[in-house]
Design a protein around this ligand. Structure first.
Ligand SMILES: [Zn+2]
Length: 172
């Protein structure tokens, strides 16, 4: 089972974003800004349970940790797997400033988390990086292969989410 709120041709369109979702996604974007300010790549994520309580949040620390796996989504998926029951994981949502990469999406699947909400899509990120968008590796494709139902909503809040990336990437 798989749900995607937008098709690729609709990307950039602001779909219905509930106020609680908007609040948590804005926090993830704020964390992406903080990651950059701390010398890292501008990505941030928030893990929220069904009640609306924030369980954990994290930022990218790939540069300062010299660790290619130090992505916020992977850290939160590991946290979820270590700390949540299966039913709590299924009803929790990870909000992330950008569509999770394939590595993190694999970890999200394994952790049992049930919902992902993202701001920038991978093609939007590649465009901001100046990378060829025809070679985009989609994390949402990995989520679609999950054995359990994962609801996926995005992209949202393009201008806000793109801002921390402006001037950061060197075109490859
Ligand atoms: Zn990742």
């Amino acid at each position: 089972m798989y749900e995607l709120s937008t098709t690729p041709r609709d990307e950039g369109t602001v779909m219905n974003l509930d106020p609680p979702d908007e609040k948590h996604l804005r926090r993830a974007i704020e964390l992406s800004r903080r990651a950059r300010a701390a010398g890292n790549q501008p990505f941030g994520s928030v893990l929220v349970q069904a009640s609306g309580e924030v369980l954990a949040e994290d930022v990218n620390t790939e540069i300062t940790d010299n660790d290619i796996t130090a992505h916020p989504e992977l850290k939160l998926a590991r946290w979820a797997a270590a700390n949540l029951s299966e039913s709590d994981a299924t009803t929790s949502t990870i909000y992330t400033s950008c569509e999770a990469c394939a590595m993190c999406s694999g970890a999200i699947v394994t952790s049992g988390l049930g919902r992902v909400v993202y701001a920038l899509s991978a093609p939007q990120l590649y465009e901001l990086k100046g990378w060829p968008t025809q070679k985009v590796m989609r994390g949402i494709t990995v989520l679609a292969e999950a054995g359990h139902h994962i609801t996926v909503n995005g992209p949202f809040l393009y201008d806000e989410a793109a801002a921390p990336h402006l001037g950061f990437w060197v075109p490859g």
